[in-house]
Design a protein around this ligand. Structure first.
Ligand code: ADP
Ligand code: MG
Length: 259
């Protein structure tokens, strides 16, 4: 029951989300239904403010739905699941007084993993994200892209099944962003994680994902899940990628321009 790549690992069922604000009730998400298959790389794309981060936080158990349910491996999500889920945000939020090694080891330390073992695990993920030889550097000595690599290694070190990534490359220059995207695909293939990724970049979505969930404007709902059959690595000038970008943009434009 727990095996097979087509198995649903995350299920979002009839989720609505409201926030009460000083100016009244804000309806953010409306009847969201989604199934994420194990080992897929699913990307959320949609207009700003449509609730992508909110939905990701709900999957991560940080925010509760107003209505509906979220299941992680068939277990209803009632709070954070650090055993199963790690998150990477736009801001890598590294501990400035700790080295790269110290930052990647941090979650393992909290879990009480013995020193030698946590060194080995941390080293494995530092190598995987391409930071070998930078173990003793402090965050201020690293570029933005390298800091984000540390955040990814730190997330992977606790060996979660699911990686939730909220615009992790939004603060990077275009070249670092492209390179990190290529590396993320390699890491995803190597580790067999399930990734749910949020981006504003149509190109990034087209290059990385196995599926793209297109959101409507707020109150956000998923208007379509585009399945992508093209394998990896992909390049920006591939016919399929060009077609996909156009398709996604046409759908998004309907949500952004007034109707
Ligand atoms: N805790 C909160 N309280 C009130 N409003 C919120 C809260 N979190 C998010 N929002 C609002 O919900 C809407 C959706 O936010 P968000 O999920 O961050 O959108 P996205 O990530 O798609 O840009 C926005 O209008 C935002 O201001
Ligand atoms: Mg957001």
């Amino acid at each position: 029951m727990m095996s097979g790549d087509s198995e649903v690992i995350i299920k979002v069922k009839g989720v609505n989300k409201y926030f009460s604000t000083s100016s009244g009730i804000l309806e953010v998400l409306k009847n969201v239904n989604l199934e994420v298959r194990r080992k897929s790389f699913l990307t959320f794309i949609g207009p700003s403010g449509c609730g992508k981060s909110t939905l990701l936080s709900m999957i991560g158990g940080l925010v509760r739905p107003s209505d509906g349910e979220i299941y992680i491996e068939n277990i209803k999500a009632e709070g954070p699941r650090p055993d199963k889920i790690a998150m990477v945000f736009q801001d890598p939020a590294l501990l400035p007084w700790r080295t790269v090694m110290g930052n990647v080891e941090f979650g393992l330390e909290i879990r009480g993993i013995p020193k030698k073992e946590r060194r080995d695990i941390a080293q494995k993920y530092i190598d995987l994200v391409g930071l070998s030889k930078f173990e003793d550097y402090f965050p201020t000595q690293l570029s933005g892209g390298m800091r984000q690599r540390v955040a990814i290694a730190r997330a992977l070190a606790v060996e979660p099944e699911i990686l939730l990534m909220d615009e992790p490359f939004a603060n990077l220059d275009e070249q670092s962003r492209l390179l990190l995207g290529i590396d993320l695909v390699r890491i995803w293939q190597r580790t067999g994680k399930t990734i749910v990724f949020v981006t504003h970049s149509i190109q990034e979505a087209a290059l990385l994902s196995t599926e793209i969930a297109l959101f409507t404007r707020r109150p956000g709902t998923i208007k379509e899940v585009v399945k992508i059959d093209t394998g990896h690595p992909r390049s920006i000038e591939d016919d399929n990628v060009v077609k996909l970008r156009k398709y996604v943009w046409d759908k998004l434009r309907e949500e952004i321009v007034s109707r």
